[in-house]
Write a protein that binds this ligand. Structure first.
Ligand SMILES: Cc1cc2nc3c(=O)[nH]c(=O)nc-3n(C[C@H](O)[C@H](O)[C@H](O)COP(=O)(O)OP(=O)(O)OC[C@H]3O[C@@H](n4cnc5c(N)ncnc54)[C@H](O)[C@@H]3O)c2cc1C
Length: 377
């Protein structure tokens, strides 16, 4: 499989070089990449690749999906790689692992082709880390449910055709127990997209508020069991966190590569800045930091493949790799001097895009909470 995987990596790299990188600056200015990119990604077989063939996918090993993430992150294209991860590695897998046969048939082929863009809406203005505070509610009305509420910070919020919504279905029980997941089509009456939020980084990706006013869905729109939404969310978290960790390591590898090229070219005091001891030591530290984390994510990939990646280990990977990405971004930008602060240089983008990695998918603090529970158990 290694040879096959490397061939695939090269193909993804070609697509990024030809179709993504030349257009990326314009997409950043537009603060969104075009909807048509989703179909192009589908045509190239880059969406939901590890979904079985019976649902339109390639049935590839999950390492192929991880490779796509690595290539996009390494090429400093987080604004496309991140939304793809939400679509392919999160939403498609919620459906595959928890959907009914009818739900899978209805959505997965479109997700593979790019006709149906997926999003997941958990966060609300008053509930982020603490999802027990979710107020969006789905009230039973005959054989249907009526969804009311609002969500914020939703990746793919502008482009999505279907969104998995976390909503309370049982107001009588506290905490996580009375919550369900609903698959909501974006063309339903009462569904409204808010504005595309202005972010400090990831400029080409769309992140939005979503509003639900008496959105009527049938009971068959529930993903997983009624009142068991948190169980579905929890069961998929390990994979999600590993995807973020892998992206972090690959992004750091890309930054190091760019920085090494730069310090060999740039001269100060009559010599390349690569000859300065500070530059050499900083790069030595960065290379070591990356190598240690590369080993760790490779171990985590193997654990996930065997179905043995536990909550604490996935949380360690997420917090440790994304914090490392932040350190690397800071050191590398410094070595670019003033040019590092200019948008023209990729390191400035890598720096701002890295920051959110410690926030979404569970903040670093929440990861530490989870790890500490296993340490103290
Ligand atoms: C670009 C972007 C894309 C996103 N995409 C999505 C998406 O697609 N879908 C979605 O549902 N959400 C998405 N999010 C939301 C993201 O998951 C949340 O922002 C994140 O979970 C944190 O929630 P919060 O912003 O409400 O912060 P809060 O929960 O209010 O946290 C504020 C601070 O308090 C700390 N804190 C909170 N609780 C604890 C605790 N118990 N112990 C210690 N410290 C704590 C946090 O770590 C943080 O530092 C996205 C966010 C961004 C920025």
């Amino acid at each position: 499989m290694t040879e096959e995987l490397e061939l695939f990596r090269a193909n993804v790299g070609r697509f990024v070089a030809e179709e993504v990188l030349p257009n990326y600056p314009q997409w950043e200015k537009d603060e969104i990449f075009p909807r048509s990119l989703w179909n192009k990604l589908g045509e190239q077989g880059l969406l939901a690749v590890d979904i079985p063939e019976e649902y339109g996918g390639c049935g590839s090993d999950f390492l192929f999906s991880m490779t796509i993430q690595e290539v996009f992150a390494r090429a400093n294209c987080g604004s496309v790689g991140g939304p793809m991860a939400v679509h392919s590695d999160i939403v498609a897998h919620y459906l595959l692992n928890h959907g009914t046969e009818a739900q899978k048939q209805a959505y997965l082929p479109g997700m593979v082709s790019g006709d149906c863009v997926g999003a997941v809406a958990m966060t609300e203005p008053g509930a982020g880390s603490d999802l027990q505070g979710v107020r969006t509610a789905a009230r039973r009305d005959g054989s249907d449910y009526l969804i009311n509420g609002s969500k914020t910070f939703i990746t793919n919020g502008q482009h999505c055709d279907m969104v998995i919504v976390v909503a309370r279905t049982n107001p009588d029980v506290s905490g996580a127990k009375g919550t369900s997941l609903f698959m909501v089509d974006s063309d339903l009456p009462g569904f409204q997209r808010g504005r595309n939020l202005e972010k400090i980084g990831l400029h080409a990706s769309d992140t939005s508020e979503l509003f639900f006013q008496d959105v009527r869905v049938p009971a068959t729109a529930i993903l997983g069991k009624l009142d068991q939404g948190f169980a579905v969310l929890m069961s998929e978290l390990q994979r999600e966190r590993l995807v973020l960790a892998i992206g972090a390591v690959a992004a750091a590898e890309g930054m190091l590569e760019d920085t090494v090229a730069y310090v060999k070219e740039r001269k100060a005091f009559g010599a390349p800045i690569s000859s300065l001891q500070n530059t050499r030591f900083k790069l030595a530290e960065v290379a070591t930091d990356i190598r240690v984390h590369r080993s760790f994510v490779e171990e985590c990939k193997a654990l996930l493949k065997r179905g043995e990646l536990d909550v604490a280990t996935a949380s360690m990977a997420k917090v440790s790799c994304t914090e490392m990405q932040g350190r690397v971004a800071d050191v590398c930008l410094q070595l670019f001097g003033g040019y590092g602060y200019m948008r023209e240089y990729g390191i400035s983008r890598a720096f701002v895009d890295a920051r959110v990695q410690r926030i979404y998918g569970g903040t670093s603090e929440i990861m530490k909470e989870l790890i500490s529970r296993s340490v103290l158990a």
